[in-house]
Design a protein around this ligand. Structure first.
Ligand code: B12
Ligand code: SF4
Length: 461
């Protein structure tokens, strides 16, 4: 039986210009509503008069905020140098400099050394052409300096500057994962990935390499955050943390420190790695790992093949979910709809597959052509991209139609995936009564949201 009151909603939110825009939300998506206050930012830039403004942006969906920041900086303080970076601008360095006169420099690839060197070069009024890994305009032309080699030893990087946030560190939490009383932080354990999935921007960005910090360094960062700011829940930012000896050593390192009983952590690991490393899971749980996110994508072998997800298939995915449950590690499964071959029927089969795998929670995403991916190159060449508003590139908005479905139908199918998975009473009751604390909290959260959605629709807000 399906209950339609699952919190899938379209809401109106204000965009950075104060204009109302439609925003879709689905459970567990991250929608940052108050990310940008143009007025406040303008006042800050005006009073600070910075030499450089270098906004950060997580991915393509933040490109608009980054561009607005650059535009504001130039308007208020024309002599400021604006520098952008990250995956999106690295992939589109040429187009961005061509299209947005408010950008002065694009830092391509790894940012730390390049940004420091660019700042030093600007300060000493030397030529930017000597800085590796940047793109900029000069004499009406766009110059791309040679790529900068990747940093060989990530342990050599200084610790992230948490002290700049100071007491605000305690204000970061992740409602769904731990509730509001548990300070939360992200720790980066490695960069890159040796796989090459066709929809992923990470492996190309990091030149298909995988560089790891040592377990000691990772736990030093965790320990410092815990001791200095009371942070006790950690998101390991690695795209694919990988198991085997490295994980074994990381667990040993956590367990031999005094913080072992006080910290818990989340990570992303491919399901084939989970399935192959059965014996490590109990140890990971003991070392504080409470939540693993894995991509199951789709039940359809030909689509998995075209995504180049070698090693991932239905039995492996099922084994991974079962093993996680046996070890009381909360499982989050990611599913993707919107491949060219997808139809109503194939997506219905995906819903049945999600039901069969039965992870503790499922996130359904639309196949999104992030610049820098093969999917983007193909889609652009073939003219499949119908929505070019970067802020919609959040895997929740459908950007492309399929051979059988319009873009609107793909969007509707996404909502139906959530309704179908979370609308099942059996799953809801099991979730609410689960002996796993995270599962219980997640389903309580969902229940509260559903009640709220129901009330909102009753009173028409
Ligand atoms: C943690 C995380 C989150 C957290 C972010 C919390 C926070 N505010 O920091 C949360 C859960 C909120 C999140 C949400 C989302 N995320 Co996320 N997230 C990550 C993750 C795992 C780690 C990010 C990180 O800290 N990396 C470590 C830093 C050091 O690396 P970096 O960001 O690449 O930065 C380096 C360079 O790129 C460069 N650089 C970056 N920016 C800049 C700026 C300047 C000026 C300069 C000079 C250099 C520079 O220098 C840095 C150091 O070398 C990444 C994957 C990954 N491993 O990076 C995905 C990732 C960034 N997320 C992604 C996505 C899609 C999303 C969501 C849309 C998912 C969703 N539907 O909910 C939302 C978007 C939220 C939003 N509106 O912003 C994608 C982005 C794909 C793309 N190309 O656009 C990624 C890459 C995951 C993936 N494998 O596809 N995410
Ligand atoms: S999707 Fe995951 S496994 Fe595939 S290339 Fe990207 S980071 Fe690696």
């Amino acid at each position: 039986m399906t209950n339609q009151k699952v919190p899938v909603q379209i809401r109106l939110v204000k965009d950075p210009d104060g204009k109302e825009v439609r925003k879709a939300t689905v459970p567990f998506s991250v929608v940052l509503e108050k990310t940008f206050d143009a007025k406040e930012l303008e006042e800050q830039i005006e009073s600070f008069q910075p030499d450089i403004v270098a906004p950060s942006g997580l991915g393509t969906c933040n490109a608009y905020s980054v561009l607005r920041t650059a535009e504001l900086a130039k308007k208020v303080s024309p002599s400021t140098t604006t520098i952008v970076g990250g995956q999106h601008f690295t992939a589109l360095a040429e187009e961005s400099l061509e299209g947005y006169p408010d950008i002065n420099v694009v830092v391509r690839g790894e940012g730390e050394q390049t940004l420091v060197e660019t700042a030093g070069t600007l300060q000493s009024h030397e030529s930017l052409s000597n800085v590796r890994g940047i793109s900029f305009r000069h004499d009406g032309k766009i110059i791309h300096t040679p790529n900068r080699p990747l940093i060989s030893d990530l342990d050599a990087l200084p610790f992230p500057g948490y002290h700049f946030l100071g007491e605000h560190m305690k204000e970061y939490y992740f409602t769904l994962m731990t509730g509001k009383d548990t300070p939360f932080a992200i720790v980066e354990g490695s960069r890159g990935c040796l796989h090459n999935c066709s929809y992923c921007s990470q492996w190309r960005f990091w030149k298909r390499s995988h560089r790891m910090k040592s377990p000691k360094r990772i736990v030093d960062e965790i320990e410092r955050l815990h001791t200095e700011y009371g942070t006790s829940f950690f998101w390991l930012a690695d795209d694919n943390l990988t198991l085997g000896d490295r994980m074994d050593n990381l667990c040993n390192e956590i367990m031999r420190r005094d913080i072992a009983d006080d910290v818990t952590w989340f990570c992303q690991i491919r399901c084939d790695e989970v399935a192959q490393n059965k014996n490590l899971l109990a140890k990971m749980r003991k070392a504080g790992n409470v939540w693993i996110l894995s991509g199951f994508d789709t039940p359809h072998a030909e689509i998995l093949d075209s995504f180049r997800r070698e090693g991932i298939d239905q039995p492996t995915a099922k084994k991974a979910v079962d093993l996680l449950r046996e070890n009381e590690i909360f499982s989050q499964g990611m599913f993707i709809i919107g491949d060219r071959r997808d139809s109503h029927e194939s997506i219905e089969a995906l819903r049945e597959y999600a039901d069969f795998l039965d992870p503790d929670i499922a996130t359904f995403m639309t196949l999104t052509p992030f610049p820098g991916t093969e999917i983007y190159d193909n889609a652009k060449r073939e003219g499949w991209i119908e929505d070019t508003n970067w802020s919609h590139y959040d895997m929740i908005h459908a950007i492309m139609p399929t051979e059988h479905l319009t873009r609107k139908e793909v969007q509707e199918e996404l909502y139906e995936c959530y309704r179908s998975f979370y609308g099942k009473w059996k799953r809801r009751y099991q979730g609410l009564l689960s002996k796993n604390e995270i599962t219980r909290r997640t389903y309580q959260y969902l229940a509260r949201k559903a009640i709220l959605t129901g009330l909102q629709s009753l009173i028409g807000v």
